[in-house]
Design a protein around this ligand. Structure first.
Ligand code: SF4
Length: 347
């Protein structure tokens, strides 16, 4: 299987430690103990070197919990010229001046996660407390002030969906210039909360047009994708093909791992990879020019076909229906704002 050419992005979920405990966390089933070893990291680099430079996204857990390992890996990638783009997804609470300086020096994009005002954050991210909220806001302000490459992600939980528009305005007023708005995956999206999401999202789009805020809402997720799969490593070095698969518990994920780069492992495809790639190929052939969102959703639908994944079938179906409507709105906006067609990144 010469599948290496189809790699879209390299995602390194290199630590599963995090200082927050968000209710909607897309990586719920973490041990809070695992950090990738340099040997495993080197095994992954050996594999992707033939197709480098590629795009790297560092995530966790909270990557800044293991900042020294993160810095080591970014430095190696930059020194060897292996990347076109590096991004770090962070909750921003641990971002200090010296880390900010490091990211600026190494041309690293920071993707901060912030969902809106304090009340929304307290609700979505239970146990966060006012001090953590202040840490998030301070970290985000530091990134804005530094004027380096930056994006932001706002996760919308069904329980606070009625404030989606208000929270977009709130984040824009903080100075954010690029914001991806995502419904929380594997949460309960029923017909009512989905309808509210769409109504609120349409209000955001109308406001964007009315106020000339072109480019504020990132729509890279709805653009035609380059196709293929993501090489996504969990801290142990096991490989999944898409970030949505990370959200499932280990009993589901163990049916979905494609490779294993852990210490001493060669990174050969596991037997179950054949079925996955056949299904992916069929999806790509029947959905030419499909978006990254569509590929992600294909992955979620593949996961719920595994025996332990079946219990998530209904949640995934409602989520996918909502995503289809979001994408239809995005396409309409992209026709209205044609410069958005190639301007945003998926990461
Ligand atoms: S900050 Fe990110 S990794 Fe940490 S609990 Fe929240 S969603 Fe999960």
């Amino acid at each position: 299987m010469d599948m290496i050419k189809g790699i879209n992005h390299v995602w390194l979920f290199f630590t599963d430690r995090c200082n927050l405990g968000c209710g909607y966390c897309f990586y719920k089933y973490r041990t809070q103990q695992q950090v990738i070893t340099l040997k495993t990291f080197e095994n992954i680099l050996n594999y992707i070197r033939p197709v480098a430079p590629v795009e790297f996204i560092f995530s966790g857990g909270e990557p800044l919990m293991d900042a020294e390992r993160l810095k080591e890996m970014v430095t190696i990638i930059r020194q060897e010229g292996l990347s076109r783009y590096i991004s770090v997804q962070t909750n921003a609470t641990l971002l200090d001046e010296s880390l900010m300086e490091f990211f600026l020096q190494h041309g690293v994009n920071l993707e901060v996660g912030i969902d809106g005002d304090e009340a929304t954050t307290q609700r979505n991210r239970p146990g966060i407390g006012e001090y953590y909220y202040r840490d998030i806001v301070r970290g985000v302000a530091r990134v804005i002030h530094a004027k380096g490459p930056m994006t932001a992600t706002m996760v919308v939980h069904p329980s606070s969906v009625g404030k989606l528009f208000e929270n977009v305005q709130y984040l824009a007023a903080m100075g954010l210039k690029s914001l991806e708005v995502h419904p929380a995956f594997l949460e309960v999206w029923g017909p009512r909360s989905s309808a509210i999401f769409l109504d609120q999202y349409r209000r955001v789009c109308a406001w964007e047009l009315r106020e000339g805020r072109h480019g504020l809402i990132g729509r890279g997720y709805s653009e035609p994708s380059q196709g293929g799969w993501d090489l996504l490593s969990v801290p142990s070095g096991k490989i999944l093909a898409n970030w949505l698969l990370l959200s499932f518990p280990e009993e589901v994920r163990e049916h979905l791992y494609l490779m294993d780069f852990s210490n001493g492992s060669s990174g050969k495809f596991l037997p179950q990879a054949r079925g996955y790639f056949q299904a992916l190929q069929e999806h790509m052939m029947s959905h030419p020019n499909c978006s990254y969102r569509s590929i992600s959703n294909f992955n979620a639908s593949y996961a719920v076909k595994t025996p332990p994944g079946r219990r998530y079938e209904e949640r995934v179906k409602h989520y996918m229906d909502l995503c289809e409507w979001i994408e239809a709105i995005d396409h309409k906006m992209m026709r209205t704002l044609p410069w958005q067609r190639s301007g945003t990144k998926v990461s």
